[in-house]
Structure formats: C-alpha cells, structure tokens
Design a protein around this ligand. Sequence first.
Ligand SMILES: [Zn+2]
Length: 307
Amino acid sequence: MIHVVHHPAYVTEAPARSTYRWGKNGAIRDLLRAKGDAVAWTEPELIPPIWLEAVHDPDYVAEVLEARVPPDKTRRIGFPITEQVAHRARAVPGGTWAAALLALEHGFAANTAGGSHHALANTGAGYCVFNDLAVAAVRLVEQGIVGRVAIVDCDVHQGDGTAALTAGRPDIVTYSIHAEKNFPARKARSTLDVGLPDGVDDDGYLAELAATLTPFLDEHRPDFILYQAGVDPFVEDRLGRLSLTREGLIARENLIADLALARRLPVASTVGGGYGDDVMAIAERHVTAIQTLGERLSHRNPAEAEA
Ligand SMILES: [Zn+2]
C-alpha cells in the first residue's frame, strides 16, 4: 500500500497565457488511480497562511492569496496568479505537509504535486509560487515533530529557492544535484551542491549521487527526508541537459530508498520538473518514481514501523 496525497485543485486549468502544462497532475492522478487498492489516497487541507509566512514575505503571500501579483513577479513565475491558481498554491504545500505526516507513520508518502523549489521569499519563480519543500520542512522542525530535515533535490535544476529560504538553519539541510549550466543562471548555495556537466548518463549520475549523498546523510544525520523527485534529468526532457534513461531514473529512486532504509529515515516525495509535449509519458515517469519509492519504503505491517 502506497500513501499518495492529491487535491482536486492540483488539476486546475492552467491560465490561457501559460506555457506550463498543468495537465500532468491530472495524468499522474489517473495513472495512480488505475493501480486500484495498491494506492491509499489522502486529500490534504489547504496550508494555513501562517506557515507560508514562516518562509515567505507576508506581503508576497498576500499578493498571491488576493490574486494581485505584480507583472514583474508574474513574469518570473511564468503564469498569472488567478484566484484558482492562488487556491492551488495553498493546496500544494498542504499536500507536501500531509505527505510528510503520512511518511512518518508509514515510511513513505508522495504528493502528486509540489517540489516548487525555485520560489523565493518575496516572489515565485520558474513555475513555482510557494516553496512547499521549505514550508513543510520549517513546519516539521518548528512544531518539534522531527529534529532535522534533509531536503534532497534531484530535479535537473538547482533547488535555489529552497537553499535560500532555509540558509543558516541548523535544523534543515539541503542537497541539490543538478545540471550546472541549467536554470537558474545564478545558483544559490545549498548545504551541498553537486553541479553536473551536460550529458551525464545513468552510470555517471548514479556514481556521483551515491558518492555525495551518502556522506551528506552521514555527516548531517537528518531524521527525515523530503525528496524532490523531478524527472527532468531524463534524456528527452525539453528543459534538462542530462541523459538519464527510464532505467536510470528507476535506479536513482532505488538508491535514494536504500540510503533512507539503511538509516531508517522516512521519506516524503514531491514531483518536480518534467517537460515535453507528451504529458502522459511525463506523468508515467513521475508515477514510476512514486511506485519505486513506495514499494521499497512503505511499511508492510506495524511491526516494521517499530523495527
Ligand atoms: Zn526542473
């Protein structure tokens, strides 16, 4: 049984002027629904604004929630913030938060949206409105639920917003493995950044991931992993610069799962990047990630949770 968090607002129609394809969240839902009883569904609550304000500038939070984001920020985000989009922007961090709580109980849970790692304190950016990863991590530690969270970001783009929003906190550590020449041009400083050259293949990627994430987890000893499982390192991704195959992405999820299992760390995953014309193919890659992680990490019975 894999615990999956989904909110109907994720599938909100994209504003007409957007080039961003929101249909993939609906496709992810449909592919997971087809798995029947193998998936346990949870609909999250909207995140309370106070937790958005714990990482974002309250003025920016108000601009989004009141759907009056100025044009310069709209351009940085990549789509206009309508009332529907604002509603979605509260549902998504609510989903990552819900997935985190489910992961603590069941070993693993996935949000079918989120991974909005480019969102900064006073503006969204790169198709990200609020940074659900930072919001959930800050809430986990500030409510005393866990001592230290590691945000592990395998999207092909650097998790610059997440790094900036959590910088200097001893209770949150950030790891980002990405294509160095990709967006954002100006990188932030994660606790550990692994910038890869263009064209890295499965073997090169997996070796670098194992060689850097293993010591990172051992040095910082987190109690929990929030995992941004972007699938844009895929070879055919429109915005990626790396050359991972489908098998390489599956091996990546198995590696993440094994590192977490060896340290008895719960994992909550979000989606993330995945770009191209074939929305179903992209959704399938996200679902494969969720399924691979879920099969490895979900507790099969309560006794396993105690082990
Ligand atoms: Zn990306």
